[in-house]
Design a protein around this ligand. Structure first.
Ligand code: NDP
Length: 331
């Protein structure tokens, strides 16, 4: 395995790409879902010290205040400057009403102690009345609260300088097309689950044609999800025999194979970790000198695509409600 970097770089440590709004996004970022408030502050600080310049946050991760404390510490200690960081957050589903969007973004900015975001994503194409729905009564159909109405205020947030870019998450090609037909500012990003078990070739191809960048979430298989969100027969991506054989061939870890595959197939990737050695191991794949996977490796990893999701979205499919797994993904 490649060794851990010793010096903390002062600028972006990973390959980057340019979004359709002209902003630059580092291809390896830090995920923060399930990073507990007591641990995320240290993890974000360590990540930035190591050279991460892209942090993926969300209101619903319930830890943005601690992420904000870490960012402030990093700025104060000169580990990085605000303009070197790419910070994403996400609009939660109970704030889709046009009257709520701007305040939700301002609330996130206040928690993160920032003046602006680099990217604000609509977290899901789902509208709900309360923070976490328990019955169909808590859900709102998209016919009653259209995505276009929510998006219009997100566009105004760009105009007002609250965020540099806007995008979506968990959008199908059909929903992307619908949004593109009515929007003034096209989404810069669609953040979707992506790893070799769910390679999303159609989405990748479609987004490339529309100049929308794909960020892949749960790139390592999201092992630490709460039991209630796990399926009965989940397979561990990090111990998959094919991934392991590619890792052994190159003398790298299976996590690095998965992350390198993500970057080499033109997506950004946002692995979550709270452990310094793993943070360093994961970041390393974004370096220019990290060896490429070869054609044979890519073909072997491609053969794993089984359209298998870890984050199925089944939690939105409440009996009698407007959402089903089928109409969520349009499959
Ligand atoms: P990941 O696929 O990133 O997996 C995280 C798990 O892998 C943790 O258990 C972590 O443990 C472990 N891990 C991290 N690095 C290594 C390594 N090098 N070797 C072995 N194990 C490792 O899961 P997530 O679901 O968290 O996805 C990443 C991020 O994507 C989220 O944190 C969030 O920011 C975003 N996301 C967005 C969603 C959306 O709807 N838009 C949905 C889901 C995720 P440990 O921390 O103990 O190191």
């Amino acid at each position: 395995m490649l060794t851990t970097p010793t010096a903390a770089p002062t600028s972006s440590f990973t390959k980057t790409t340019v979004l359709n709004n002209g902003c630059v996004i580092p291809l390896v970022g830090l995920g923060t879902w399930k990073s507990e408030p007591g641990k995320v502050q240290q993890a974000v600080k360590e990540a930035i010290r190591l050279g991460y310049r892209h942090v993926d946050c969300a209101f619903c991760y319930h830890n943005e205040k601690e992420v904000g404390l870490a960012l402030q510490e990093c700025f104060a200690q000169g580990l990085c400057r605000r303009e070197e960081l790419f910070v994403t957050s996400k609009l939660w589903c109970d704030k889709h009403h046009p009257n709520d969007v701007r305040d939700a973004l301002r609330n996130t900015l206040s928690d993160l102690q920032l003046d602006y975001l680099d990217m604000y994503l609509m977290h899901w194409p789902v509208a709900i009345k309360i923070n976490w729905p328990e019955s169909a009564d808590d859900m709102i159909a998209l016919d009653d609260l259209p995505i276009a109405d929510t998006w219009k205020v997100m566009e105004e947030c760009v105009d007002q300088g609250l965020t540099k870019g806007i995008g979506v998450s968990n959008f199908s090609i059909k929903k992307l097309e619908h949004l593109l037909a009515s929007c003034r500012i096209p989404p810069a990003i669609n953040q979707v689950e992506r790893h070799p078990y769910l390679a999303q070739p159609d989405m990748m191809e479609h987004c490339a044609r529309k100049n929308i960048h794909v960020t892949g979430y749960s790139p390592l298989g999201s092992l630490d999800r709460p039991a209630g969100l796990k399926g009965p027969d989940e397979v561990n991506l990090l111990t998959d025999p094919t991934v392991t054989s590619v890792a052994n061939k190159h003398g790298i870890s299976t996590a690095q194979v998965l992350l390198k595959w993500a970057v080499q197939t033109n997506a950004s990737t946002i692995p979550k970790s709270i452990h310094p050695t793993r943070l360093a191991e994961n970041l390393m794949v974004g370096r220019d000198d990290f060896p490429d996977l070869d054609q044979r490796d890519l073909e072997m990893l491609q053969s794993l695509d089984a359209h298998r999701r870890y984050v199925t979205g089944a939690f939105w499919a409440l009996p009698g409600g407007p959402y089903t797994v089928e109409n969520l993904w349009d499959e």
